[in-house]
Design a protein around this ligand. Structure first.
Ligand SMILES: O=C(O)CCC(=O)C(=O)O
Ligand SMILES: [Fe+2]
Length: 298
């Protein structure tokens, strides 16, 4: 049986109707896997998943990863990372802001996860409309659309991916502006060095090859992909800015409007994403995320 697929007006974000991922036969599973590999983001609507079913479906694709901050994992189920703004007994039940800028998950680690499966349990609603959308961009389609000369220029380059880059840029800007007192700047620099020691910078290819399809994909997260190896800082940052602007152009982007029961699977090589974050309590958002282990980028 062929899957019922509603194609998005974008290279990614196609939506599957009429399946129950807790009870898939091998043929349905292979069709989902194939769609996901080819497009990078797949939405599976109308699910009713227990944490164990969510974990079991993810495991059909490979090994799972646990999120580093245990406080945001579901009690007793560390494979489930909770993305939520809800506070219970004075404590957040999950991470409220898990990605308000364009990024590929954990790109600042040596072996970033292959992908994530985010499942919506509560979606904030205002006047009958959902809030808290997520944008997804196809880094593969964006690479393909680059002019030949740009592709030649960037193929083979490596980039620094740095968790501390955000703090570093803030410190640099403050210093340049000249109107921030030296003690504050010294504090910012100490913060930067501390973060850098805890999460050391890593280098990854600027153009990644998808491990399954062999497609080339741009690997540029906002601010975290901070510099091009061997290129003067200004020039490298200008190039990264141009590439990020290119990837996030409307023709490569799908905007997901969440509905309760949506399971969205994204691939961290062929796509990147950004959460809109346009809601706050008392509007509640609660999502469960599983994360698939990856392989070293090449
Ligand atoms: O909250 C969202 O819509 C996405 C959050 C995110 O970036 C993530 O879970 O990796
Ligand atoms: Fe993310």
């Amino acid at each position: 049986m062929k899957l019922d697929i509603e194609y998005a007006q974008a290279p990614l974000g196609h939506k599957i109707h009429g399946v129950d991922v807790a009870h898939l036969d091998d043929d349905q599973f292979r069709q989902i896997e194939d769609l996901w590999n080819r497009h990078g983001v797949v939405v599976i609507a109308g699910q009713k998943l227990s944490p164990d079913e969510h974990i079991a479906f993810t495991r059909r694709f490979g090994d799972l990863e646990k999120f580093v901050i245990d406080a945001y994992n579901l009690p007793g189920k560390p494979e489930i990372f909770v993305v939520s703004n809800i506070i219970e007994n004075g404590k957040p039940i999950g991470m409220a802001d898990a990605g308000r800028m364009w990024h590929s998950d954990m790109c600042f680690t040596p072996v970033p996860p292959r992908g994530s499966f985010l499942y919506a349990l509560e979606v904030p609603m205002l006047n009958g409309q959902p809030l808290g959308d997520t944008y997804f961009a196809s880094t593969a389609a964006a690479y393909d659309a680059l002019p030949e000369a740009t592709r030649r220029r960037i193929d083979g380059l490596r980039a620094v991916n740095s968790f501390s880059a955000r703090v570093a840029v803030a410190a640099e800007r403050a210093e340049k502006a000249g109107n921030v007192d030296p003690a504050t700047i010294a504090h910012m620099k100490a913060e930067r060095d501390k973060t850098k020691a805890e999460v050391p910078d890593v280098e990854h290819p600027l153009v990644r090859t998808h491990p399954i399809t062999g497609r080339k994909c741009l690997y540029v997260s906002d601010l975290i992909t901070s510099d091009i190896v061997g290129m003067p800082a200004e020039e490298g940052r200008a190039l990264l800015k141009t590439l990020l602007e290119h990837v996030t152009r409307p023709q490569f982007v799908y905007r997901h409007r969440w509905q309760v029961g949506d399971l969205v699977m994204w691939d961290n090589c062929s796509s990147m994403h950004q959460a809109v974050g346009d809601f706050q309590l008392p509007l509640r958002r609660r999502m469960h995320r599983t994360t698939l282990k990856g392989t070293p980028p090449f």
